[in-house]
Design a protein around this ligand. Sequence first.
Ligand SMILES: NC(=O)c1ccc[n+]([C@@H]2O[C@H](COP(=O)([O-])OP(=O)(O)OC[C@H]3O[C@@H](n4cnc5c(N)ncnc54)[C@H](OP(=O)(O)O)[C@@H]3O)[C@@H](O)[C@H]2O)c1
Length: 283
Amino acid sequence: MTAMTGKVTLVTGANSGLGKATALGLAKLGARVVMVCRSRERGEAARQEIIAGSGNPAVDLLLADLSSQAAVRQLAQDFKATYPRLDVLVNNAGGVFMSRSVSADGIEYSLAFNHLASFLLTHLLLDVLKASAPARIVNVTTRLGNTVAINFDDLQFEKRPYNGLRAYSETKLANILFTYKLARQLQGTGVTVNCVHPGVFKSNFGSEGMPAMMRVLGALFRPFMAEAEQAAQRVLYVVTAPELEGVSGKYFGNRQELTSPQQSYDEAAQERLWQVSTALTGL
Ligand SMILES: NC(=O)c1ccc[n+]([C@@H]2O[C@H](COP(=O)([O-])OP(=O)(O)OC[C@H]3O[C@@H](n4cnc5c(N)ncnc54)[C@H](OP(=O)(O)O)[C@@H]3O)[C@@H](O)[C@H]2O)c1
C-alpha cells in the first residue's frame, strides 16, 4: 500500500472496531493519525496500542461526542488550531440504537450521530482539505437493500413507530446520498469523496440495547465474521490506492465499486437531504 509519510489523517470513532484498525493501518503506513474519540480513557488506551503496534509515535487524540453539534464545531476548531493540513478524513463513527432518543440538539439520535455529525464535520474541514489537495474523504456506510429509502416525511421517527434497524439503514443511506452530492460539489477542487461498505466484521457494533434474539444471532455468526483489520483493508484501499486518484462519488466494497440503493442516485433526493441537513446543522 502507498506510504503516507507526511500526510495528516483524521479518523472518527478510532478507539474501537473499524476506526481503530483503520487508524492502526494509517499509522503503519507512516501517516500522522488524529484519532477522534468521545472517551479520554478509551481513546488514550487505543492510542497507546496503535503507537506500540505501528512503531509510529505520530498518533494524537482529540475528544468529541459527535452526537453534539457544539462538540463537532469545537472539534473542527481544535483540529485547525493544531494542524496546518488535512490529507484524509475518514468519517467512520456510527452505530445502531434500538430505542429512540434525541441528541443534545434535540435531534433523533441515529440521524444526529450517523449522518449529521459527518455532514457538519466535513463541511467545517472542507477549507483545510481543499488547501491540502489532493485530499480524500471516505465515508463509512454499509450494504443496504436496493429498495431502502429515506423517509423524508418523517426523518426523525416522530410519526411512525421507531425502529432501530430502520433508523440505522436510513442514516447509512444518507451517508451515500451525501457522498454523491458532495462529490459533484467538489469537482475541480482536488478533494475526492467516496463511501465504503466495510463488510460484516467483529467489533462493539450493536453491543448495546439489542434484543436477546439479535444478541443470540450475533453470537452465532461471530465466528464467521471478518476481523476489523480485514475490514479496514477496504477503507485503506479507498484512502491510499494510486489508481483512485481523482476518483470521486463512488461506493466501494472490497476494492470493487458497488451499486447502491435506487434512491441514492436520485439527485432530487440528494438535494433534499442536503437542504434538511444544512438546516438541522445551522450551516
Ligand atoms: N461491524 C460491522 O459489521 C459493520 C458493518 C457495516 C458497517 N459498519 C460501520 O462501521 C463503522 C464503525 O463501526 P464498528 O463496527 O467499528 O463499531 P464500534 O466498534 O462500536 O465502533 C464505533 C466507534 O464510534 C465511537 N462512538 C460511538 N458513539 C460516539 C459519539 N457519540 N461520539 C464519538 N464517537 C462515538 C465509539 O466510541 P466508544 O467506544 O466510546 O463507544 C467507537 O470508537 C460504523 O459506521 C458502522 O455503521 C459496521
